[in-house]
Design a protein around this ligand. Sequence first.
Ligand code: GDP
Ligand code: MG
Length: 426
Amino acid sequence: MLTAITGINWGDEGKGRMVDLLSEDYDVVVRYQGGNNAGHTVINEKGKFVLNLLPSGILREDVVNVMGNGVVIDLKHLHGEMGRLREAGIKITPENLKISDRAIICTPYHVQQDCLEEERLKDAKYGSTRRGIAPVYGDKYMKKGIRMGDLLDSEESLKSKIEGIVNWKNLFIEKGYGAEKLDAEEIFAWIKEYGYELKDYICDTGLFINEAAEKGKNVMFEAQLGALRDIDFGIYPFTSSSSTIASYAPIGAGVPNRKLDLTVGIMKAYSTCVGEGPFTAELFGDDAEHLRKAGNEYGAATGRPRRVGGFDVLASKYGVRMQGADEIALTKLDVLSYMDKIPVCTGYTVDGKELDVFPIGEKLDNAKPVYEYVEGWHEDISGCRKLEELPKAAIEYVKYIEKAVGCKIKYVSVGAEREEYIVIPD
Ligand code: GDP
Ligand code: MG
């Protein structure tokens, strides 16, 4: 069984939480794209963890975790993340963590370039997490990346690769941005310091996953961010720099020969968006502040306050289609419990005309939300474990959303902890 867990919205839907829950029946959990700009929060009996690079399956002892070729890896960050988890008693060895030899290394000059570019853009900035993600993916496609597998080659070979890339990079850093020239020796030393300790973890992870699938093992692919941040289909250029889409999972994991059996779309009961870019359903003022507080909507990776809005039907329908979701996990329903009336963005208008599909470009920039209000329930639902236990208005809300996006809601999450969820039988 090959399953993708992906985001339907702008990210932070609770993917980490759902991977932690659903991975019980899985043998392998794979991150297939993105880097340490991810922030997946998991709360279970072992404690509270924020995972940036490591797959959320790392918290389960019998799961083998894979960082696929589609991921970009900041070695120092990974060193710190592994250290923090080990301090919390989590075992991490080459047995339960495998890193693709084809994954690209994110270095300090990528972070520097990210910051230089955001500063150059001033008010037109992207709202980057400044973790070097766009520059490192840019380099990957310019074929100027250093790969994890390069750490297994001779020092001479790695050094000369770094030198060649640094000479090229200095055209931008030194001559373009006017910053201090990069030093190849320093970069080599950084890579050696944080990379060589990972040598035993690096392998052909595609081969590993393929063999596992052949043996009938269950493999889960964990996405970072959501459909609306996908490099091709998201709110470009306010997207991430990789493909967050389920169809990309077999590629980013190194098994393009395999097809997914199931795609679970993680969809939030309301909308949130970190950083810049069009966000049509956005709420402002007290309504926004209240929802942000109720949902504790502050970025897990960056601490930034998230922009918030009502559930966005048009964007979520688009997300469901782009992810090819077979079923939905609706998360954070409990957060809405304080509302008398729940705002739902049922569509967008441009120049007074209602749109049928999620737009791009100026249409998206100028889109106005159409808001409707549905009945709230005003009681604590975090203890509910069956659909029937939810207040009538909450059941109505789930059904309303299910119908609006046209995809079965299989799970409803009513709290951040592992057991706080409802399964809706077929
Ligand atoms: P991810 O990036 O998709 O993994 O999501 P994040 O971890 O960035 O954001 C989701 C946040 O909501 C985390 O702080 C979770 O602990 C929390 N969370 C997840 N599901 C629920 C839920 O059903 N209810 C509540 N109240 N919090 C939740
Ligand atoms: Mg997150």
